[in-house]
Design a protein around this ligand. Sequence first.
Ligand SMILES: [Zn+2]
Length: 106
Amino acid sequence: METNDKPIWPKEFKFCHACGGTDTIANDIIQAEKDAGKSDEKVIAFLYQHQSLIQDPGKTQLSAPKVTSFYDACSQCGTVRVVHVHVQKAVIGGPVPKQGPGFSNS
Ligand SMILES: [Zn+2]
């Protein structure tokens, strides 16, 4: 638990844990686009993202925290690292959507 009034999520990780650098490859590329006026300042760039549901497998739950981690690579040493983490509530289960013709379950 954090002691200040700032919300815990979303969370940014600004420094590379290997070299301490702050620049990342995807962010460098989008920053060049922003500097050229080709991209909006609010755009966040990353190389890939991963989503995980955090839940107790021994309990029946209707919702659980869904964690989305955004990854980028350090521009100085190449270390792939988490740069941003976002948490939302995900609804578990619910009605199964009907499948139309041509939809494969495999
Ligand atoms: Zn680094």
